[in-house]
Each structure stands twice: as C-alpha cells, then as structure tokens.
Design a protein around this ligand. Structure first.
Ligand code: NAD
Length: 467
C-alpha cells in the first residue's frame, strides 16, 4: 500500500513537472544563442565543482568504482562535449538556405532548427553521469527543457546530480527523477517531445512501444555483443594491451567493451598469454586496487559465476587473470573452447568475461558477425588496410575503432549510437543537435511571384510544366 502511494506521488510529480516545463517552453520557445551558451558554461563549471562528490557517489553505488575512471569518463566526457557544443553552436543553430525548384525561382527556402520542447532522458547505471548529462548537454544546446529519469541502481549519484543540477537550472528547465521500472514505465508513457533512452535492447523495445502511443520520437542507445577481430597482421602486444584495458575499464560494465574476440587459431595461445600479462601489468592486485571496479551488485556478480559454470559445463576452459575476492571483485576471465550454444555467446556480457573464438579469415569474421544482431561497436586489430576496409564497409555496427577499443566514442564530433538491435539515433555532436531539434521547412513567397498560376482556373501551362 505504501509503495503504491509512493509510486502514485512519483507519477504525479512526473506529470506536474512536464506541465511546468511545457508551460515554460511555450513562454520561451526559442532560447537565444547567448542563453544556451550561458547555461552550458554554468553546467561545465558545476561539473568541475562537483566532480569529487559525483565520483565518490558513483563509487559507493557500485561498492567500489575507480574514481579516476569516473572522472575520466563521467565528468570529462560531458565537459568536453560542452566545449565542443560551445565551439559549434552558432553554426548548428544557423538556419540553412536551401534551393527552390526551378518553377519557384526567386522565392526563398530554408530550414530552421527549432527546439523540440521537453526532452525525456532515461539513463542506465553503468555510466550514470554520461548517460544523463551527455544527452542533457545536447538538449540544452538545442534549446529544450529536460526531464531525467535515473536508474534505481545509482541512487547516491542521482542524489548528488540532483543537487548539482538544481544549482544551475530551475525545475522548469531541468528536473531529475529516481525510481525503478514502474517510474520508468510512467516516464516513457508521458507525452514528451523526444525520449533519449540508454539501456538494454529488451527495455528499449518497451520504451519505443510506450512512446509510440504519443508519437514521441526516440533515440535508443542500447547494447549488444561488440566483437574484437584480430587479424593475422596484428602486433599481439598492442592487441592484448587494448583488449585487457577494454575489459578492465569499469570491469567490463561498459556498453562498448569488447564482448568477445575472434583470433586466428594458431595465435590463440599467444593471445591468451599476452592478455593475462597485460591485465596483470595494469592491475596486479584486483582486490586491493582502488582503481579496479567491482560488479555493480551481488546479482551482477552471481551472473558472472553462472555464465562461467554454464561455459565450463559445456566444455570451455577458463583462465583467470588474477585472484578475486569471491564476491563482487572479479578479475578478467578469458574463456577458450567456446561454442555458440554457450550463454556467454548468447547474451551480452557486460562484465569481465572474454570469450575467445578461433577465426581463420576475414571472410569468416564477417560471416560470423553479420549472422548475429548488429553490434554497438566493432574493433579491428591489424595492419591490413584491405581487411580494415572490408569490415568498415561490410559489417553494420554502431561505430568502429581500428587498432584499439572505444576511442570513436570519445570523439565529440562523431555521432555515437547503435544500429539495429544496438539502437537508433545519436544524442551527440551535430547529429545529436539535429535529433533533438525539429528541422522546420520555411518557404517565403515573394510578393511579385505569379503564384496564381498554380490556382484554378488551371490553364494549359500545367500540362506544359509536366512535359
Ligand atoms: P535497463 O534497460 O535494465 O535499464 C535502463 C533504464 O531503464 C533504467 O533507468 C531503468 O530503471 C529503466 N527501466 C527498466 N525497465 C523499464 C521499463 N520496463 N520501462 C521503462 N523504463 C525501464 O539497462 P541497465 O541494466 O540499466 O543497463 C545495461 C544495458 O544498457 C546494457 O544492455 C548496456 O549495453 C546498455 N547500455 C548502453 C549504452 C549506450 O550508450 N548504447 C550505455 C550504457 C549501457
């Protein structure tokens, strides 16, 4: 009963905030360049001021999360995005002159990028600031109001973020909500003007279904199994350093972490030995190292163990890159002898397990990856430009880094998003600005233009125009 009452109050607060923001938007539907820049600058200063409490809160939510990684990704990421928006906003906002069809020559056609209104943002728990403040930056740059629904797994971070954002924005411009699935459902069902969702493909489908009732457009940042393809020409030291880093960053709890590796069969032993070595060089003692992140909950840690038990029961071998604590600290687990029937190849991992599969050629790699749902990220290691070109052109994936992992995600001028099962749209860079704006076509008819020729009574000239 208490829970139901609480939820009713939470749901009521969502509706009241939407009404408040909508009213404020209608009163000021096109914030000036100066206003948007002022807000972005204030947000950047707030991120700087609040970086320590934010990092501490994120770490406490996880049990232990590397505070350096928190700052590097969750604070620096949105700060760089603000710098990029400040540098390009004038150009993004400018209306664009377009051509007119020959029979309308002399008139004026242009596209004006209008703010959409109230943008809803639903964040996951793994990079809670990037997934909330990132879309917020673009939404503010595009002149919108923003309602943010954080994950139930990041309560301390939500609280700090709420206080930080309240310093910069009034509730009729930006508001933060917590709550679990029930609040998420109510949020997705609001008649918002756009929803940006970060989370799993399964929940992404629910969000899209709920948004369709109001014809609310969606940007879906989802997950998937991102392959690391190791070519014969690759330098194994570079490959191992990169993949070990990709799996130890946030302990693999990253949507773009390499999910599995495809390695030439004769190089698998060398790959495993080098990856163990590189992991141990970066994290000699996972249990004691404050920069090695724990699984976000007991449930997530138990899932790692269940996946390994399933793989071993089906014939796989596991090489652990170090000692864990038997609880939520789990070092990288490299799995060989993998078959596609194992759960580790059926589910997105989102943890420090790395399945390694033998792959004899680039054709085999392309066939393997394209037979599966489209990944969010694709990694190629090697110096064969033909192979790199083949993967770039022929494998649909959200994005791609060649000879390392994830760096395409850090480039503010590149769109970041998925394809197919890994998502649609992007909230970042120029593409993000356009996604969170309405491209309004504006056609101005000159007074002298003989527009009456297109009205009845129609003359024979209509026929002549067609010829
Ligand atoms: P999730 O889908 O379970 O939850 C995401 C958010 O949706 C949370 O705020 C949650 O409260 C809310 N939610 C859950 N069920 C809902 C429902 N039925 N209706 C409305 N809202 C609901 O995902 P998660 O476990 O928080 O995050 C892990 C997933 O997110 C992975 O698949 C990962 O790859 C993906 N991810 C993607 C990106 C990206 O940028 N593409 C970034 C991080 C994580």
């Amino acid at each position: 009963m208490t829970t139901a009452l609480l939820s009713d109050a939470a749901i009521d607060a969502l509706h009241r905030t939407l009404a408040l923001q909508r009213q404020a938007f209608q009163a000021a539907p096109f914030p000036s360049l100066a206003d948007r820049r002022r807000d972005l600058k204030a947000l950047r200063l707030a991120l700087q001021r609040w970086q320590d409490p934010l990092a501490r809160a994120m770490s406490e939510d996880f049990g232990r999360r590397s505070e350096s990684e928190c700052k590097m990704l969750d604070v620096l990421g949105p700060a760089l995005q603000i710098d990029h928006a400040l540098a390009h906003l004038r150009r993004w906002m400018r209306s664009e002159r377009r051509g007119v069809d020959w029979m309308f020559l002399g008139n004026r056609a242009r596209v004006v990028y209008q703010p959409k209104g109230v943008v809803g943002v639903i964040a996951a728990w793994n990079f809670p600031v990037v997934e909330s403040v990132g879309p917020l930056v673009t939404a503010i740059a595009a002149g919108n109001r923003v309602m943010i629904k954080m994950s139930e797994f990041s309560p301390r971070c939500t609280e700090v973020l709420r206080r930080m954002l309240a310093e910069v924005f009034a509730a009729d411009q930006v508001a933060v909500f917590d709550g679990g699935v029930e609040v998420g459902r109510a949020f997705a069902g609001l008649p918002l003007d756009h929803v940006v969702f970060t989370g799993s493909p399964a929940v992404g489908r629910e969000i899209m279904r709920a948004a369709s009732v109001n014809l609310t457009p969606v940007t879906l940042e989802l997950g998937g199994k991102s392959p690391a393809i190791v070519g014969r020409s690759a330098a194994m030291g570079t490959v191992a350093r990169s993949i070990a880093h990709g799996k130890l960053f946030n302990s693999g709890q990253a949507c773009v972490a390499p999910d599995y590796a495809l390695v030439p069969p004769e190089r698998i032993a060398e790959f495993v030995a080098a990856t163990v070595r590189e992991f141990q060089r970066m994290v000699p003692d996972p249990v004691q190292d404050p920069h090695y992140t724990s699984m976000a909950s007991e449930r997530h840690a138990d899932r790692v163990r269940e996946l390994l038990v399933d793989a071993v029961a089906k014939g796989a071998s596991v090489t652990s890159c170090g000692a864990g604590d038997g609880g939520r600290i789990i070092p990288l687990q490299i799995v060989t002898g993998v078959s596609p029937q194992m759960r580790i190849m059926q589910e997105e991992l989102f943890n420090p397990i790395l399945p390694v599969l033998a792959c004899d050629s680039i054709d085999e790699a392309v066939a393997f990856v394209t037979a599966r749902p489209r990944p969010l990220a694709l990694y190629y290691y090697g110096n064969d430009s033909g192979e790199a070109r083949r993967l770039t052109r022929d494998v649909p994936a959200g994005g791609m880094t060649i000879n390392d992992w994830a760096w395409h995600v850090f480039q503010c001028d590149l769109p970041f998003g998925g394809s197919g099962n890994s998502g649609m749209g992007s909230w970042r860079g120029p593409e993000g600005f356009r996604a969170l704006s309405h491209a309004k076509s504006v056609f101005t008819v000159r007074r002298w233009f003989p527009i009456h020729l297109f009205r009845p009574p129609y003359g024979s000239h209509i026929q002549q125009l067609i010829m």
